[in-house]
Design a protein around this ligand. Structure first.
Ligand code: DAH
Length: 344
């Protein structure tokens, strides 16, 4: 019996690499119901008490060796071994790789851009580090306006006046740059990142994204503003979405309004997204204040215009029912991969 065990031990030790078929044959030979281990245990029953003591241990070790070898080779066996083919077989299918997906804010920004492009708007951009003139003064903010306060604005250089340098607090600054550097008519949308000194929570963040819109030409009226934004909402949220305008105040528009849409979640019935009012605010808008036109060198007797500004996060939250702003900047792939992948 000892001789048999020695011989098989050697055989097991020599058995190093195997295809799936060879490994299965190994299992049947040593560990199967009619295999060698079973057989040796059968023989063991018939040996005398004296031998039992010696062989009991040896036999158990042998069984463990056979099992360990089998498990080791099984773990190491890849696809090539399973199919009985070698790794060099070029007909085997390749390994797949995961495609990334677009960030939800990019998806929505692109959708907004597409809608306005079809109306003849061009896309413009401006710097994120702005001076006081473009972010505030040219936009008709009075000197003592609270939005200039340290609490809202991240100042980079504070010189108390028009030399202040700050992270832009809104994309309206791009309107100014556009009008200063060109001649009417203007028809543009201006997407970009903006910064405000706010405590981070589910509902507020120190940076977020906006899309600014500007339309300046002769005879532009509030009716044009309403129709443009009404069309935009139908395209973005679907036909039948209602809009309403509420009077509001912005230093750079006169008259000014905020626009609400019928809640996209409950369709106006009332839910916690719209605080049971059936309406949600999505943007601010108005007729460009003549002071702003003049500040940018545009004749306000000849030209009029409308402007609007919306937060991309807000529009995205309503579209995808996202309730925590922090999700947008945490880079958690479990969140990000839920959004449709565009193949370009
Ligand atoms: N700049 C405003 C904000 O950040 C949004 C805004 C309101 C932009 C009215 C406009 C406008 O162009 O006309 O809250």
């Amino acid at each position: 019996m000892q001789q048999q065990i020695d011989k098989y031990t050697q055989e097991i030790n020599n058995f190093v690499k195997a295809t799936a078929d060879e490994l299965e044959a190994f299992r049947i030979k040593f560990l199967g119901t009619k295999g060698i281990v079973k057989d040796l245990f059968e023989q063991f029953k018939t040996v005398g008490a004296e031998e039992k003591r010696t062989f009991g241990k040896v036999l158990n070790q042998f069984k463990q060796l056979a099992e360990a070898k089998y498990n080791e080779l099984k773990e190491g066996a890849g696809t090539a071994a399973e199919s009985g083919k070698t790794e060099a077989d070029l007909t085997l299918p390749g390994d797949g790789f995961a495609l990334g997906s677009r960030h939800p804010l990019s998806l929505v920004r692109n959708e907004i851009i597409d809608i306005f492009k079809r109306l003849g708007f061009v896309v413009a951009e401006g710097p994120e580090i702005e001076d006081d003139w473009h972010n505030f003064s040219a936009l008709n903010f009075p000197e003592e306006h609270p939005a200039r306060d340290m609490q809202d604005t991240f100042f980079i250089k504070k010189n108390h006046g028009q030399d202040d340098i700050a992270l832009r607090t809104h994309t309206s600054s791009v309107q100014v740059r556009m009008m200063e550097n060109g001649k009417p008519p203007f028809r543009a949308i201006m997407p970009g990142r903006v910064y405000r000194n706010e405590a981070i929570s589910a509902r507020a963040h120190c940076f977020f994204h906006q899309v600014e819109g500007l339309y300046v030409d002769e005879n532009v009226s509030f009716a044009d503003l309403k129709q443009t934004l009404f069309h935009f909402v139908q395209e973005l949220y679907g036909e039948g979405t209602k809009v309403r305008f509420r009077p509001s105040y912005f230093p750079f528009t006169e008259p000014s309004a905020e626009m609400d849409i019928s809640c996209t979640i409950c369709k106006g019935d009332g839910c916690n997204m719209c605080k049971y009012s059936g309406w949600v605010e999505i943007l601010g808008c108005g007729m460009v204040d003549p002071n702003v036109l003049e500040n940018c060198g545009i004749n306000s007797k000849k030209y009029t215009g409308f402007a609007f500004g919306m937060g991309i996060e807000r529009i995205t939250n309503l579209k995808y029912v996202i309730r925590d702003l922090r999700l947008f900047s945490e880079n958690d792939v479990r969140f990000l991969k839920q959004f449709k992948t565009e193949i370009i």
